[in-house]
Write a protein that binds this ligand. Structure first.
Ligand SMILES: [Zn+2]
Length: 251
């Protein structure tokens, strides 16, 4: 039995819809319509310092103007991340109880020192895992990733891209102040909204292995990924130099 396609466009309302976001939305919409699936609009507004209601209105208007109608999403409640904190909390608790996450109370100064030391060695900073087995009951919640092996992102456009676990680290799911991080919210949203295909900009490829390990920790089938990149319309490996300079809308 084939599972009905469910895709999402998930902009952050930190600005208006720009052309990169519009094309990601278009690819998702086309994919949903082609497969008679469901196109979901989700507003990723956890960055409260930069998200505004005006930008949400602007994005919704722009999508409507483009004729990209969504089957689930605003104005129905529950499709804005700020409305979903109880859901993130519940999933964090579940991962903690299952031993797939652990608390870390490393002071920021210590992490800064380690980060600087890594920079001096010309290495990417990775959390040391100092708190992995300390059994703490408070702090920042980190994902316990496997120490060995690798995670393969099977992108439908790029093909398999392998990330060694030794290159990844136990990333933070929930900060010490209780706020969930961007990557964690995205995974929980995709899980609870039963997303089957993640079609997103190329700029998110590096986030994907982190997210895959989180899907696995939640015992959820990893959605198929597909880059809505230039390479979807241009020949592969031809990389136009005109990369948008502004930070793309998260999608
Ligand atoms: Zn720690």
């Amino acid at each position: 039995m084939t599972v009905p396609v469910r895709v999402r466009f998930a902009p952050s309302p930190t600005g208006h819809l720009h052309v990169g976001g519009a094309r990601t939305a278009l690819f998702n919409w086309l994919y949903a319509r082609h497969h008679r699936g469901t196109f979901i609009l989700r507003i990723e507004d956890t960055d409260r310092s930069r998200s505004t209601d005006e930008n949400i209105v602007a994005i919704v208007d722009a999508l409507s103007w483009l004729g990209l109608d969504w089957d689930e999403g605003p104005p129905t409640a529950g499709y804005r991340q700020t409305e979903r904190f109880a859901i993130y909390r519940e999933h964090a608790q579940r991962m903690l109880a299952a031993g797939r996450a652990y608390y870390c109370d490393c002071p920021p100064e210590l992490l800064d020192q380690e980060r600087e030391a890594a920079q001096k060695r010309n290495e990417t900073f990775r959390y040391s895992g100092r708190c992995r087995d300390r059994g703490l009951t408070a702090g920042a919640l980190r994902l316990r990733i496997p120490t060995e092996g690798a995670t393969v992102v099977n992108d439908m456009i790029h093909g398999p891209v392998t990330f060694e676990h030794t290159q990844l680290d136990d990333w933070i799911l929930v900060r010490t102040d209780g706020t969930p991080t961007y990557n964690f919210c995205v995974v929980v949203d995709d899980v609870t909204m039963r997303i089957t295909h993640v079609i997103r900009g190329d700029d998110h490829l590096s986030n994907t292995p982190k997210q895959i390990l989180c899907y696995e920790a939640l015992d959820y089938a990893v959605p198929r990924t597909r880059a809505a990149s230039r390479s979807a319309t241009a020949p592969r490996r031809s990389r136009p130099s005109a990369t948008p300079a502004s930070r793309p809308t998260r999608s």
